[in-house]
Design a protein around this ligand. Structure first.
Ligand code: NAP
Length: 312
C-alpha cells in the first residue's frame, strides 16, 4: 500500500508550489505530483512584470524554479506522474497515475489549464515543425526569421514582444480589430517596430509537409484569403482547464472547478487552486494565493477530521 500523505497536490505550477510550501511549513506530509514541467504555464512565460517584487529580470521559469526550491527546502516531496483517474469516495482519497497510485487525507487540485488549439488545417501535423504554443521554449529556433502570432490576449501580446528579441518580424493575426491584452502590453507592442498587425483575420491553413512554409489567413469581414510568408506560427488563443481525470468525482462548471472562498470543492477534503478553478483573474499572484488558502483549509480539515474521529 502506498504512503498516505496529509495533502496530495496535483499540479506543480504556482498554485501547487505555493500549496506545497504552506503545507510543509505547517509540518504536514505533502506530495506534489506534476506530469511534465514544474512551473506550469508560468514556466512558459518570458516576462513577469505583474508579480510584485519580480522585476528586474524575472522570468516565469526563474520565479517558479525558486518556488520549487523553497517548497522542497521545507520538505515538500515531488514526483513526476500523470494522474489519469481518482476515487474521492472514501476518507482516504486515491489517485491513479500512469506510474503509481497515491493516497491522501486531503487533495488539492492545481492542474491549471493548457493551451487551446486555434483549429486551422494542418495545426496538429505541423506542431513542433513550425507551429508552437510556447515562445520561451521555441523562440530561438526563429532567430532572424519571420513569425506569426495568433491571438489578441495577454499571452499573445506578451509572447509577441518576447519573440521580437529573436525573429526579424512578428505579425500578430487577431480575429477582431482591437486587442484584449492589458493596455500596458498593447502600448509596448504598438511601439515595437518589429511587430505588425493583421486585424479581423483568422488562420485557416498552415502550409508545408515536413516544416511550416507559410500561413493562410482569412479576413473575417471581407472573406478574402492571403498567405503570410512566415517560418513559424505561435498560437495563443486561450486555455482549457485540465480536469479530465476528475470528471464524475468533483463538480465541474464549463470544465473548471467551482470552489468557495476557502478553495473547498463540493467534495469534503478536496480543494482546488489556481487556473483550474472558476475565477475571474488567472494570474501567478492569484494562483499562488489560492494555493496558500487551499493548504490552510486542508490543514484545518485534517485537524477537524482527526478530532471527529477521536470523539466518534
Ligand atoms: P485569453 O485572454 O482568453 O485570450 C485569447 C485570445 O485569443 C483572445 O484575443 C481571443 O480573441 C483569441 N481567440 C480565441 N479563440 C480563438 C480562435 N479560435 N481563433 C483566433 N483567435 C482566438 O487567453 P490568454 O491570452 O492565453 O490568457 C489566459 C489568461 O492568462 C488570462 O486570464 C490572462 O489575463 C492571463 N495571462 C496574463 C498575463 C499577464 O498578466 N502578463 C500573461 C499571460 C496570460 P477575442 O479577444 O476576440 O476573444
Amino acid at each position: 500500500m502506498s504512503k498516505i500523505y496529509d495533502i496530495v497536490i496535483v499540479g506543480g505550477g504556482p498554485a501547487g508550489l505555493s500549496a506545497g510550501l504552506y503545507g510543509s511549513r505547517a509540518k504536514l506530509e505533502v506530495l506534489v505530483i506534476e506530469k511534465s514541467k514544474f512551473g506550469g504555464q508560468t514556466a512558459t512565460t518570458s516576462e513577469l512584470e505583474n508579480y510584485p517584487g519580480s522585476i528586474p529580470d524575472c522570468t516565469g521559469p526563474s520565479l517558479t524554479e525558486r518556488m520549487h526550491e523553497q517548497a522542497s527546502e521545507f520538505g515538500t516531496e515531488f514526483v513526476k506522474d500523470d494522474i489519469v483517474s481518482v476515487d474521492f469516495s472514501g476518507d482516504i482519497k486515491v489517485l491513479n497515475g500512469k506510474n503509481a497510485q497515491y493516497q491522501g487525507r486531503t487533495i488539492i487540485i492545481a492542474t491549471g489549464a493548457e493551451p487551446r488549439l486555434a483549429g486551422f488545417e494542418n495545426e496538429m501535423e505541423l506542431r513542433a515543425k513550425g507551429v508552437s504554443y510556447c515562445a520561451t521554449c521555441d523562440a530561438d529556433f526563429f532567430e532572424e526569421l519571420d513569425v506569426a502570432v495568433i491571438g489578441g490576449g495577454d499571452s499573445a501580446i506578451d509572447e509577441a514582444i518576447y519573440l521580437t528579441k529573436f525573429a526579424d518580424s512578428v505579425t500578430i493575426v487577431h480575429r477582431r480589430d482591437s486587442l484584449r491584452a492589458a493596455k500596458s502590453l498593447q502600448e509596448k507592442a504598438f511601439n515595437n517596430p518589429k511587430i505588425k498587425f493583421v486585424w479581423d483575420s483568422v488562420p485557416v491553413k498552415a502550409n508545408g509537409d515536413e516544416m511550416l512554409e507559410g500561413l493562410e489567413i482569412k479576413n473575417v469581414k471581407t472573406g478574402e484569403t492571403s498567405t503570410l510568408d512566415v517560418n513559424g506560427v505561435f498560437v495563443f488563443v486561450g486555455l482549457d482547464p485540465i480536469t479530465e481525470a476528475f470528471k464524475g468525482q468533483v463538480e465541474l462548471e464549463g470544465g473548471y472547478i467551482p470552489t468557495d472562498e476557502d478553495m473547498r470543492t463540493n467534495v469534503p477534503g478536496v480543494f482546488a487552486a489556481g487556473d483550474v478553478r472558476v475565477k475571474s483573474l488567472r494570474q501567478v499572484i492569484t494562483a499562488a494565493a489560492d494555493g496558500a488558502m487551499a493548504s490552510i483549509a486542508a490543514e484545518k480539515y485534517i485537524a477537524e477530521h482527526e478530532t471527529a474521529l477521536v470523539h466518534a
